[in-house]
Design a protein around this ligand. Structure first.
Ligand SMILES: Nc1ncnc2c1ncn2[C@@H]1O[C@H](COP(=O)(O)OP(=O)(O)O)[C@@H](O)[C@H]1O
Ligand SMILES: [Mg+2]
Length: 257
């Protein structure tokens, strides 16, 4: 069974792609066959963080009917990558049955992968919510800014009301300390659980880090260096992901019959 995990956020620029890429690399490093899918509407840029330039993308799958296995790009022994291209735009315009068929076609890959990490667009538009709804688990990334708080709350509210999603794994990014991240998380948790019947789970935090910034600039993912504090943080996030409860909403899910 492949576990699908959507990486979401209320607003952009909070580190969703950085986290999706490094979580995928960490899972792969730990021996899990992993697929990273770039599904960020109009802002597909995970290939830049990975430092690769795949020829094929979801465009080829949707418009030219190329098999999924033929559009994936090998990053390393355990990690494959599917680039978004501009196809994610067309996903938005699809009829429900077509969207259903696309999600279904991932079933062909379920014997191949242990995990699929999906980097989705920021905000609560239909495309983002439909990817969140089709994934088993959700990571939501926040930073300590009022706009990130407010937008993440809107995202949680929309996905709860529209799709009955109730379990959210929170990663607090660019904090000044783990203590600060935890205390801001608790505020967010208390506000969101007061008004909505949802569960917020703290998966971990990442400090504002020059090393992360540098790794993006040099297009060398941080996780390739085992001796860093940041690498340890990603290990912890992946460990906590295991015990995060999946969402059991009724909609069609990736890799499920
Ligand atoms: N923990 C961090 N410390 C420092 N810079 C970070 C951190 N996480 C992300 N960044 C930087 O923030 C910017 C936005 O990150 P990105 O992952 O592209 O966000 P998103 O996908 O949410 O738009 C990038 O320039 C990235 O290098
Ligand atoms: Mg991004």
């Amino acid at each position: 069974m492949t576990e699908s995990i959507a990486v979401s956020s209320g607003k952009g620029g909070v580190g969703k792609t950085t986290i999706a890429v490094n979580v995928a690399l960490t899972l792969a490093k730990n021996g899990n066959k992993t697929l990273l899918l770039d599904a960020d509407l109009g802002m597909a840029n995970a290939h830049l963080v990975l430092g690769v330039n795949p020829e094929k993308s979801l465009d080829d799958f949707i418009n030219k009917k190329t098999e999924l296995s033929k559009i994936s790009y090998k990053i390393n022994r355990n990690l494959d990558f599917i680039s978004g291209g501009s196809a994610v735009h067309s996903l938005l315009n699809l009829e429900n049955t077509e969207r259903y068929n696309i999600i279904k076609s991932f079933n062909d890959l379920k014997k191949v992968y242990d995990y699929m990490i999906i980097d989705i667009g920021a905000g609560a538009d239909a495309s983002s919510i439909s990817f969140m709804s089709a994934a088993n688990k959700i990571i939501t990334v926040l930073v300590s800014e009022p706009t990130s708080f407010a937008d993440a709350y809107s995202l949680v509210k929309a996905s709860y009301l529209d799709e009955k999603l109730e379990n959210f794994g929170i990663v607090w990014n660019m904090s000044s300390s783990n203590f600060q991240a935890k205390s801001h998380f608790e505020k967010f948790q208390s506000i969101s659980t007061k008004f909505l019947d949802v569960k917020m789970n703290f998966l971990g935090s990442l400090n504002n880090s020059k090393i992360i910034k540098q790794s993006i600039l040099s297009r060398k993912p941080i996780i390739t260096n085992p001796n860093l504090k940041e690498t340890e943080c990603f290990e912890k996030i992946c460990k906590n992901l295991k015990s995060l409860k999946p969402n059991k909403n009724k909609n069609i899910k990736f890799f499920e019959e």
